[in-house]
Design a protein around this ligand. Sequence first.
Ligand SMILES: Cc1cc2nc3c(=O)[nH]c(=O)nc-3n(C[C@H](O)[C@H](O)[C@H](O)COP(=O)(O)O)c2cc1C
Length: 176
Amino acid sequence: MNILIISGTPRKKGRTRKVAYTLSSRLPAEVIDLSDLTLPLFNGEGEQDRVSEVQWLRELSNEADAFIWLSPEYHNGMSGALKNALDFLNIDHFRHKPTLLMSVSGGGKGGINSINQMRLVGRGLHAMVVPDQLIFDPDSFKEDGAFTADIESRVTQVLREFTHYAGLLPTLGVRG
Ligand SMILES: Cc1cc2nc3c(=O)[nH]c(=O)nc-3n(C[C@H](O)[C@H](O)[C@H](O)COP(=O)(O)O)c2cc1C
């Protein structure tokens, strides 16, 4: 299974980015790191189709069987960087593809707003957004940045759920 993780933080030192790479080291997954990929601001003009970063994003999304969207919570929402990247894509990139939502927040009750926004955007893109979801907050990390035991067990649970959906689709004749 070809999983594509889209890391939605525009910050090179963002925690979201660290979570993305930690997950990718455990999965057969590739990361699109939006702190690294210099995408233009989507303007709908055909000339953007020739931008190599846009082509790469579309190519990897075409090839992916499933996605993890990972957004920081910024001002009670998903990051502009992630929404901008998704605006370059369309339903053909996401149809019949399980998509897992995760958010990294600053704490308190943060994270749920960006997840809910992503769920709505996922519907717009016809992604098969899986019911389970996960929020990381500062308490989810040890001093060295590693996941705490509590969040580790949630990560395992959520990934199991996600790969269950991804594995189910070929048997239903939906993909593959
Ligand atoms: C512009 C900006 C807005 C933010 N707004 C929120 C917020 O509304 N709620 C929250 O829980 N955390 C908020 N945070 C904290 C981030 O969620 C936190 O830094 C987290 O680690 C994810 O962002 P990062 O991957 O860029 O580090 C905000 C951070 C920035 C830079």
